[in-house]
Write a protein that binds this ligand. Structure first.
Ligand code: T3D
Length: 258
């Protein structure tokens, strides 16, 4: 259990809330491992629906770039980005897809980087009308990871997906809905209530039918997910060795990012 992930359960719904609001719920290693452990425990829990959300004004701003930077600085260590992805985010994505019950991303605020990737890997996304989405990776010399290079074009189409990936344009919840990236957009004040109502509808459905439906969709649409996450991690490793990557992270931390 970690202070960075709040877990509650009621009415058959497990809610996991990222709790680093001052950093827009950017993932450090502690929060990543806490989420992974909670999702692993969810597989054998009584909960029939899992909700992921964030406390404060962010869903998640992705990888904590401050934690990331020292390890990538010249002489600052030998951290392999691919190994980091395989130990954390890739396992989380696989766990979300393999869970035999629906996982909903309740998008309360900005979702960026791998924070957005994890939301895209969920079964459903319900966004507050003031939430925003940005891939962000290209700004720091990276490629979309955490399965985003697969789920983004699946949901938004190849052309718009590629555009969002390459430009890192920050889009509104309404635009995300238009593109098919989120299932519904609700007034920010109603987000919790609307998510609860949707989750309750799922709880009332036959459990095995939902589990088998999810398995069928996975097998039909993302049968090679594990292999793709592995390949994506290798591409990210290549990207992470560039000067553009180091400069991009430095620019963000020095608040020079555009
Ligand atoms: O090894 C591996 O596994 C590699 C994997 C990488 C996966 C990734 O996720 S890479 C992408 C990482 N994320 C980003 O590049 C997004 C960075 N953040 C932003 O671009 C902006 O913060 C947002 C667009 C998300 C929100 O902008 P805004 O203006 O609403 O908020 P802000 O003022 O920028 O951020 C508020 C605070 O959160 C601020 O802290 P401060 O100055 O008040 O102390 C900011 O530094 C902090 N913050 C936001 N995002 C991150 C972060 N701190 C660390 N890491 C972050 N990603």
């Amino acid at each position: 259990m970690s202070d960075l992930l709040n877990q509650t359960e009621s009415g058959g719904v497990m809610r996991l809330a990222f709790d680093r609001p001052e950093k827009l719920n950017a993932f450090n290693d502690e929060m990543t491992q806490a989420l992974l452990a909670a999702l692993e425990a969810a597989a054998t829990s009584q909960a029939r629906v899992i909700v992921l959300t964030g406390n404060g004004r962010g869903f998640s701003a992705g990888q904590d770039l401050a934690e990331f930077a020292p390890a990538r600085a010249p002489g600052g260590g030998t951290r392999s980005v691919a190994a980091h992805l395989r130990a954390g985010y890739n396992r989380i994505v696989l766990r979300i897809r393999e869970l035999d019950r629906p996982v909903i991303a309740q998008m309360n605020g900005v979702a960026a980087g791998v924070g957005l990737a994890l939301a895209l890997a969920c079964d459903f996304r319900i966004a507050a009308d003031d939430a925003t989405l940005t891939l962000g990776f290209s700004k720091i010399g990276l490629i979309p990871d955490g399965g985003a290079s697969l789920f983004l074009p699946l949901l938004a189409g190849f052309g718009r997906g590629l555009e969002l990936a390459m430009t890192s344009e920050r889009i509104s919840a309404a635009e995300a809905y238009r593109l098919g990236l989120v299932n519904r957009v609700v007034a920010a004040a109603d987000l919790g209530r609307e998510t609860d109502a949707f989750a309750a509808r799922l709880v009332a459905m036959p459990r095995s039918a939902l589990a088998l439906t999810k398995r069928a969709f996975n097998a039909a649409i993302v049968p090679q997910l594990a292999a793709w996450l592995d390949a994506e991690a290798d591409l990210q490793e290549l990207a992470s060795h560039s000067e553009e990557h180091r400069d991009g992270v430095r620019a963000f931390l020095e608040k020079r990012a555009g």
